[in-house]
Design a protein around this ligand. Structure first.
Ligand code: ZN
Length: 309
């Protein structure tokens, strides 16, 4: 398991068979914690990575999920089963989905289709008594350090980030966008059904105010200078949203094509592997989320699925 410095290691969930796409972070000292749980398909791989690092079944105290999308929380139930001492930490609006994932997975299937089987896998429930819903400002005690919880809705209403108070490292989930290996800039992460621009921008500014020593993105790793990254991410998000507002009356395919035409080049996506990027945070799902957001602002919102609420 590669170390990232600052007492953080990353277990790559190798989502969809690719490395460098979806991280599960381990804080191994004191009362050990995971930040993120990967997918239902990656839980056993994560267990083996922890075991190889000396973290046995009863050595994990916390599994923190930044939000309940399936690439972040899909593995929580399977990991909770493998680590019986661990408490699963989640935003209050995500807690019921961990205990009873049925609506969430049905909704995700509507969004992701066949990728549910090949990329995400099933989501096992977490026993309710092992779930801790945390409010903004709460702290998670790791013994030798604490993780400070900050609610950052926008990407989804159930999104939070956590900051290690001993190192200043901020685990950003999807709140600052996506920048996987091979991309030179952040891609906004605007999934349906509850993406909200203004809340996302507020979350980015809140993260900047925390003056993180480093950001760690779930997709994927350290993007460099946090202040510069967050500022750039906000500007890019605003540009994507203004395209969506201009094309709100059109269909999703038109918006997707325009996003690709205007923005694909400046991310420097490797042309040799477009599939890798289509699997997660692709232009198509962003177009759906952005269009729903733009139409909700003009009062022409279509009734979307709300199970990711
Ligand atoms: Zn997400």
């Amino acid at each position: 398991m590669p170390g990232l410095g600052d007492d953080v290691l990353v277990a790559d969930s190798t989502m969809a068979g690719y490395e460098g796409m979806n991280g599960v972070f381990l804080l191994p000292t004191g009362r050990a914690a995971l930040v993120e749980s990967g997918t239902g398909l990656s839980a056993e791989r994560t267990r083996r990575a922890l075991e190889a690092h000396g973290i046995g079944p009863y050595d994990l105290a916390w599994i923190v999920v930044t939000h309940v999308h399936l690439d972040h929380a899909g593995g929580a139930g399977e990991l909770a089963r493998r680590f019986p001492s661990a408490t699963v930490v989640v935003h209050p609006r995500g807690a019921r989905h961990l205990a009873d994932p049925e609506r969430l997975t049905a909704s995700a299937r509507a969004v992701h289709g066949d990728l549910m089987d090949t990329v995400y896998g099933p989501m096992a429930p977490v026993e309710p008594q092992r779930i801790r819903a945390v409010e903004d400002g709460e702290e998670i005690d790791l013994g030798d350090r604490r993780l400070c919880v900050v609610h950052t809705p926008g990407h989804a209403p159930h999104h939070l980030v956590v900051q290690d108070d001993s190192t200043g490292v901020l685990f950003a989930g999807d709140a600052a966008g996506v920048r996987v290996d091979g991309m030179t800039s952040a891609r906004p992460a605007c999934p349906p059904p509850h993406f909200d621009r203004d809340a996302t921008v507020a979350g980015m500014r809140r993260m900047a105010e925390l003056k993180p020593a480093r950001l760690l993105l779930t997709h994927f790793g350290d993007p460099g200078d946090p202040a510069a990254f967050l500022d750039d991410a906000e500007q890019r998000l605003r540009r994507w949203c203004s395209v969506a507002e201009r094309l709100a009356a059109g269909d999703e395919a038109e918006l997707e094509a325009e996003l690709l035409r205007r923005f694909a080049a400046d991310e420097s996506m490797p042309a040799d592997d477009p599939e890798r990027f289509a699997v997660m945070g692709g232009f198509a799902s962003n177009a759906v989320g952005l269009r729903q957001w733009a139409r909700s602002r003009t009062g022409s919102e279509e009734v979307g699925t709300d199970a990711l609420r």
